[in-house]
Design a protein around this ligand. Structure first.
Ligand SMILES: Cc1ncc(COP(=O)(O)O)c(C=O)c1O
Length: 385
């Protein structure tokens, strides 16, 4: 039984059995009419999740590949861009834009709090010459367990012509992000999060406004050239060999998502957030984020006094085979994180909280055994969903 483990990190997530079976299927040809039908079907299902009628492409890469595509296709060297940074993945936008030679301006926020729409609004109001070409934001900042208020951030941009580019890698299909309604120009996401398949695919949507900008962008790009992806998609194919097995697996997981329905999925994740936060508080632990800022996909818990979060994650993994995450970057050693997105149910949360209790007992943290689990059970009995 040693191989049995529970993944409670914010991606890669657990993979449903149906999807695992698909991954074991014989290889298929990627230039066949049958596979083109699969690409068409999967793309259309992804568009439904993105709530967009505009173009969307499947890239064979991890999420960062789609982030790179978002910079390489829409930013010229020397373009003024704003990055709203309030965590490790906001920093990734910073690094990418630096590498591509953008004239970068960073609006930094507190790690653990939401990015400030007010700060963005003030900066945009000052840009009377409309020099800013793009604003980069993070939907769900996985490193801190914060979901940024994308609607308010987009509203802060108003009718300024800059592109609005969103990293929704860990937030898509976890909490609402209606791409067309909110006028989001470029939105990236990744397969190993709420899409419930292994790492290796990334998705990127492109608005007509973003296409118009890309015509003027001369930044060198090849593998991630979205014009090439668009040309291929006319024939429902991809410019280069895609991960056929992951795309077939995705078809299965997208059917599951469609059966459950997006609203139910958002509600379910929101409920997991409540369960985990309530349990943590019942164990005397402190949360990094406020209720209003808290992510539905991952909860960050502050390091309990005198305890080392690395010890907690190690005991959880080695003794209880529950994999949770530590802090990243400047939050390393300060927090640990419980992921609750994708193929997760309430039983998984009960097991995780029970394992956390045994871990904390081993580390002599003072609380009454069972308190966290009881808090979860009470919410479940109330049926608060
Ligand atoms: C918000 C966010 N952005 C970007 C990434 C990077 O994605 P990948 O590791 O798939 O390249 C992650 C991965 O955890 C993420 O959660």
């Amino acid at each position: 039984m040693q191989e049995k483990q529970l993944l409670m990190i914010p991606g890669p997530t657990n993979v449903p059995n149906k999807v695992l079976h698909t991954l074991g299927a014989p290889a298929v040809g990627h230039r066949t009419p049958e596979f083109s039908q699969v690409i068409k079907e999967v793309t259309e299902r992804l568009q439904a999740i993105y709530q967009t009628k505009h173009d969307l492409f499947i890239l064979t890469s991890s999420g960062t590949g789609a982030m790179e595509a978002a910079v390489a296709n829409f930013v010229n060297p020397g373009d003024k861009v704003i990055v709203m940074e309030n965590g490790n993945f906001g920093e990734r936008w910073v690094k990418l834009n630096m590498r591509y030679g953008a004239d970068l301006e960073v609006i930094s926020g507190v790690w653990g709090e939401q990015a400030s729409p007010q700060a963005l609004r003030e900066r945009i109001e000052k840009d009377v010459q409309q020099e800013i070409k793009a604003v980069f934001v993070t939907h769900n900042e996985t490193s801190t367990g914060v979901t940024n208020d994308i609607k308010a951030l987009r509203e802060a941009l108003g009718d300024h012509p800059a592109l609005f580019i969103v990293d929704a890698i860990s937030g898509m299909a976890v909490s609402p992000l209606p791409v067309d309604e909110w006028q989001l120009d470029v939105v990236v996401s990744g397969s190993q999060k709420a899409f419930m398949i292994p790492p290796g695919l990334a998705f990127i949507s492109v608005s007509p406004k973003a296409w118009a900008v890309s015509e003027q962008v001369t930044t060198p790009r090849f593998y991630f050239d979205l014009q090439a992806a668009r040309k291929s998609y006319v024939k429902f194919t991809t410019p280069y060999t895609p991960s056929t097995s992951l795309i077939l697996a995705l078809r299965e997981s997208l059917k599951m998502i469609e059966e459950e329905g997006l609203e139910n999925i958002y509600r379910r994740h929101d409920f997991y957030k409540t369960l985990v936060r309530t349990a943590a508080k019942a164990l005397g632990l402190e949360l990094l984020t406020s209720e209003a800022a808290a992510s539905s996909g991952v909860t960050a818990i502050k390091k309990p006094d005198n305890l080392d979060p690395q010890q907690i994650t190690k005991i959880m993994r080695e003794k209880h085979r529950v994999i949770i995450a530590g802090g990243q970057n400047k939050l390393k050693g300060q927090i640990f994180r419980i992921g609750h997105l994708g193929y997760i149910d309430v039983n998984d949360i009960i097991v995780t909280i029970a394992a956390l209790e045994r871990t904390l007992k081993e580390l002599s943290w003072e609380f009454q055994l069972g308190q966290g689990v009881a808090a979860v059970q009470e919410l479940l009995l109330k049926g608060e969903k």
